[in-house]
Design a protein around this ligand. Sequence first.
Ligand SMILES: Cc1cc2nc3c(=O)[nH]c(=O)nc-3n(C[C@H](O)[C@H](O)[C@H](O)COP(=O)(O)O)c2cc1C
Length: 278
Amino acid sequence: MARGRRSIVAPALRFGAYSTAMDITDVIHRHRSIRKYKPDPVPDDLLTDVLGAALRASSSGNMQTYSIIVTRDRALRERLYGPHMEQEMVLDAPVLLTFCADFHRMRHWLRLSDAPDNFDNFMSFMIAAIDATLASQNVALAAEARGLGICYMGSTLANCDQIGRILELPQSVVPVVGFSLGWPAEDPAPRDRLPLDGLVHYDTYHDYTDERIEEIYRERNRKGWERYMSFPGLRALTEASGAQNLAQVYTVVKYTRESHQAFSETVLGYLREQGFMN
Ligand SMILES: Cc1cc2nc3c(=O)[nH]c(=O)nc-3n(C[C@H](O)[C@H](O)[C@H](O)COP(=O)(O)O)c2cc1C
């Protein structure tokens, strides 16, 4: 076994009861979002181990400008259900993780150290949001390596103001990404992806011809449409809207101009409120 591989497999072996030892690339390639969960709790030692994966994520200046809110309390999850757009996994999964951009802790340390504070601006939010996102994906992969399932929820950012208030976030803290966490009660097939050569540009960006776009999205057009039409609610909305193809479903039904403008206002307003827009 390669030296590097042994160091990745070893931590999983410590939790033999919960996990199979998998190479990191296997974990990555086996990912699929889990939206249905068993009610079984995630044991504390396993949860702590999985959260520890966040620590090793790269971080701008090693400032670690993120916080992770672990929500297990049922009453709190019930309050978060609405802001999370009534997604059942908020109630069904035993754990909800919210990764926040957080300059609050760092700024407190600066004050105590009589150091100038330059972190009340949008650049600081972006740095912290990237830190939070990298940490979240480390935790997601560590969880999946132990047989747990996760599903990100875009509602974390879209309704960051309501979620921030429920989680009692102080100034300079903003929810960025979050996911449900628990034991899978479903085993969905992996979803399709655009082909790698459609996403990678060597040396400089090579813009796309119409033909190339058709080629890259050929499978997506077919599989994405099939998937969305298999959900009765989405099918009904699509039929009512008159959308004729997958691209139209994305922008006429799922992500409308009005909803994206409204969510943009929410995020910008909350960034202002939390002191990131000076
Ligand atoms: C930032 C982000 C937000 C997401 N929000 C939701 C969501 O609100 N609800 C949901 O069911 N899935 C959500 N997902 C999961 C995606 O739908 C999923 O990753 C994508 O369809 C690919 O499927 P897979 O993860 O099973 O490979 C989100 C994923 C990301 C990265």
